[in-house]
Design a protein around this ligand. Structure first.
Ligand SMILES: Nc1nc2c([nH]c(=O)n2[C@H]2C[C@H](O)[C@@H](COP(=O)(O)OP(=O)(O)OP(=O)(O)O)O2)c(=O)[nH]1
Length: 281
């Protein structure tokens, strides 16, 4: 299978670059994305992307891919079905921390549906096309990394107690009322993430938390915000959190995690929330 590799060094933390490469707006800026099933701004495993590939001037060919890996170290996609422009396709984006920033390595491999002559043409056409896309995407990732680095932050706490996760149900605005989120909120000027989480949990739940490690991807939110998630525990294990600003709070076991109607951005945290809960069982 033809393989195309390209690398890019970005002077930013790996988490910020990981958020940028998964950002739907970056895929859109790259060119021929027609549709995408992602519910939030971040691509998750299972999301499908439909492209209209302008292979040569005047000829657009539809192509559908599916995200098969999305984690701290990058993202991978494959063809969503076999009846397509190429027979097999795999695109891996791998991120690695270096002393000079985050190294982004793209590796694209595909298999032509045609015989040897078709394959030669395919390699030339596809190679040119893929290289152009990678270059455009590199520029889009760089500019998204800059905007994410300046974004105001919302912190969210995954409070785990006796193998259950505390979820709270929003009461407003109307279009979000009834949907579920993690406790937390905007970080104020001069505040650390930890102080903001402790303050928000007291305001929302009437309970103090002990803030643990950051986990999961940084999640872009509407209006230019960026959400960071932290593991947390109740500072007093006997405390009973209350819904002071929400419709309800609920301790959710791992089996019910996917049943809740989470806010769209929180969907990107579900795999890591699942892992956090199973680790503590
Ligand atoms: N706390 C929290 N906010 C979330 C989550 N997911 C998500 O998209 N958000 C959004 C909802 C809000 O627009 C923003 C959180 O800021 P906030 O809690 O201060 O916002 P709010 O709408 O309650 O606004 P405010 O009037 O109280 O300031 O982030 C989540 O899991 N937890």
């Amino acid at each position: 299978m033809p393989v195309l590799r390209s690398t890019l060094l970005i002077d930013a933390p790996i988490r910020t670059v990981a958020a940028a490469v998964r950002d739907v707006s970056v895929v859109r800026a790259t060119g021929p994305l027609a549709q995408c099933t992602a519910r939030g701004d971040l691509l998750c495993v299972g999301d499908e992307l439909s492209f209209q590939v302008p292979l040569v001037p005047g000829v657009r060919v539809p192509m559908r891919t599916k995200i098969v890996r999305a984690d701290d170290s990058g993202i991978s996609s494959e063809l969503a079905s076999t009846d397509q422009l190429v027979r097999r396709l795999r695109h891996d984006i791998t991120l690695a921390e270096t002393g000079a920033g985050t190294l982004v390595t793209d590796s694209v491999r595909w298999l032509s549906p045609w015989g040897p002559i078709g394959s030669a043409a395919d390699v030339l056409l596809m190679r040119r096309f893929v290289l152009k896309l990678l270059q455009r995407r590199g520029n889009a990732v760089r500019s998204r990394v800059l905007s994410l680095g300046r974004a105001p932050v919302v912190v969210a706490a995954a409070i785990v107690h006796k193998g259950h996760l505390l979820a709270q149900q929003r009461s407003y605005p109307e279009h979000l009322a009834g949907r579920w989120e993690l406790p937390g909120g905007r970080v104020e000027a001069g505040e650390t993430d930890e102080a903001a989480l402790i303050r928000e949990c007291v305001e929302e739940l009437g309970a103090r938390v002990t803030v643990g490690a950051r986990f999961g991807p940084d999640v872009p939110l509407p209006k230019g915000y960026l959400m960071r998630a932290y593991a947390a525990t109740l500072a007093d294990g006997d405390a009973v959190p209350e819904a002071l600003e929400h419709l309800a709070v609920e301790w959710v076991p791992v089996e019910r995690l996917a049943e809740l109607d989470w806010l769209d951005p929180d969907i990107a945290l579900l795999p890591e929330l699942h892992a956090l809960l199973t680790e503590t069982l």
